[in-house]
Design a protein around this ligand. Structure first.
Ligand code: PLP
Length: 507
């Protein structure tokens, strides 16, 4: 691929190119008959609700607005534009037919306040989707309501809390949630938001949960353990059955972070491994666009003993009709308006129908193959693999760019240099237990040529870093925006989030 874009734009804000009097529309004046009948607009709106000043809105022509947004869209990077191997995030290709079905008028025009009698179609789709996810995860009941993985985690932690408090009443001593040191940051955050004390269990030399350490931590204070399988190093927890028994024997529950289900579809099920609660990041595992803060969905599945605690409402099927059941006295309650992010969920349903049981199994086999193939092509003098190199990785792997530190080149510099090749950077500095971590997840949807090219680019960057590190520090130079100040770009105190703060120079 040639460099897809050379220009560096300084795209002004709409408010900066605004000229009073410009319009992108023209409305006819109100017909005199209507004014006679109803009075003029000012008299229709109660006085106390009149504005004292006109709103400060940009005034522009339609063409100016159109060009602004098209230019912005071209400054963006997307899976539809190039390789996007963001570890843990599973940026796989999204079949366009899902978008087409989702934007069909019968789905688009549905309204959440419609009565159940006229929403039977969507209720049936959601009911069937929940059943499919129950089969895939091996759990007894799935709720599609949570809006993202982290939301599912939080609700899962609340469910654990409600369960333990019912089981143990006033004597409930279960205040600790065990989380491995390789976990995604949302795990300890969700547990802590639900009121748990987070207890970290270290990883051992293999990169897996240290069983002896776990044994010393598990107690009658344990509410549960949150595990990602395969973990964020791309390794399947070999001792999962033992871990499951250890925590259950102590009266704790097992929570499965399903962000990495892409490695296991159709082969093993978290429910069969003993997990009591699981969330799926359907926007990762089952396609559907995500990233940049777009909507996702984080359905949760639970075993039978936890079904009464699921959030309201649950979709039930009675005599061939579907209804929303709000009558769940032990439920953790309402956690989101209406019934989940329907647009995302419908895409998941279409994806599952397209793939079928065999297709899903094949997809995770290919994801694991692609990841191991790409890993095999990387030059380990620049990018040694983290932890035990003899254990096979699943759908993602973590290498370290530590050897490049000798020349002052960090994982961040490598990531920025990749952008100049028209490809997306991998995840970096995650998981936290690997120095200069580079976490790559190619997914099953990439052709082998893209994998070869990515390895070639990374290896070349490694050679360049050793020979001429200065050339790397300036990257990226071919993107629409050069290197950002990492601190200012992410610190709430220095981010400028509104045009007013830019205009006034406020923080
Ligand atoms: C993405 C991710 C999460 C959080 O999921 P969101 O849908 O982004 O809220 C949690 N755990 C892991 C391992 C993840 O990769």
């Amino acid at each position: 691929m040639k460099k897809y874009r050379q220009a560096i734009w300084d795209e002004p804000l709409l408010i900066e190119i605004s000229k009073q009097g410009r319009r992108g529309f023209s409305l006819p004046s109100i017909e005199p008959d209507l004014v006679t009948q109803f009075g003029n607009i000012e008299s229709l709106i109660p006085k106390e609700m009149h504005r004292s000043e006109k709103p400060d809105l940009p005034a522009l022509s339609e063409l100016q607005v159109l060009r602004h947004f098209i230019r912005l869209s071209q400054m963006n990077f997307a899976i539809d534009l190039g390789f996007y191997p963001l570890g843990s995030c599973t940026m796989k290709y999204n079949p366009k037919i899902s978008d087409r079905i989702c934007s069909s008028s019968s789905l688009r025009q549905l309204h959440p306040y419609q009565p159940e009698s006229s929403s039977q179609g969507i209720l049936e789709i959601l009911y069937r989707l929940a059943t499919m996810l129950e089969n895939i995860t091996g759990e007894d009941r799935v709720s599609l309501i949570p809006a993202a993985g982290a939301h599912g985690e939080y609700i899962g932690a609340l469910i654990m809390k409600a369960y333990h408090s019912d089981q143990e009443g006033k004597n409930n001593k279960r205040v600790e949630m065990i989380v491995p040191d390789s976990a995604h940051g949302t795990n300890p955050a969700s547990a802590s938001m639900a009121g748990y004390q987070v207890v970290t269990v270290d990883s051992d030399k293999r990169g897996m949960v240290d069983i002896d350490k776990l044994r010393s931590i598990v107690s009658e204070r344990t509410a549960g353990i949150m595990l990602t399988v395969p973990n964020t190093l791309g390794l399947f927890e070999k001792d999962i059955v033992l871990i499951s028994k250890m925590v259950h024997d102590a009266g704790g529950l097992l929570y499965y972070d399903g962000a990495n289900m892409n490695a296991l579809l159709g082969r093993v099920r978290p429910g069969d491994m003993g997990f009591d609660i699981i969330h799926l990041n359907v926007h990762k595992t089952f396609s559907t666009p995500h990233g940049g803060g777009g909507p996702g969905a984080g359905p949760i599945g639970v075993k039978r003993h936890l079904v009464p605690y699921l959030p309201t409402p649950l979709i039930e099927k009675e005599d061939q009709t579907f209804k929303l059941n709000y009558d769940l006295p032990n439920s953790v309650g309402s956690v989101k308006s209406f019934y989940g992010n329907i647009g995302v969920l419908v895409r998941v349903y279409v994806y599952l129908l397209l793939m079928g049981r065999d297709g899903l199994k094949k997809s995770s086999e290919l994801a694991v193959l692609a990841s191991n193939y790409l890993l095999s092509k990387l030059d380990k003098t620049y990018y040694p693999i983290s932890h035990d190199k003899d254990i096979m990785r699943k759908h993602e792997f973590v290498v370290s760019s530590k050897p490049l530190l000798e020349k002052g080149v960090r994982a961040l510099d490598v990531a920025k240099k990749i952008l100049d090749e028209g490809m997306h950077a991998p995840s970096i500095y995650f998981p936290l237990i690997v120095n200069e971590a580079i976490m790559i997840e190619p997914t099953e949807t990439e052709p082998i040529e893209e994998l070869d090219k990515y390895a070639e680019v990374l290896n070349r960057i490694g050679r360049e870093a050793m020979a001429d590190p200065e050339a790397i520090f300036n990257s990226p130079i071919l993107t629409s925006i050069g290197r950002l100040d990492e601190y200012k770009a992410s610190h709430p105190k220095t981010m400028k989030l509104t045009w007013k703060s830019l205009r006034d120079g406020e923080n």
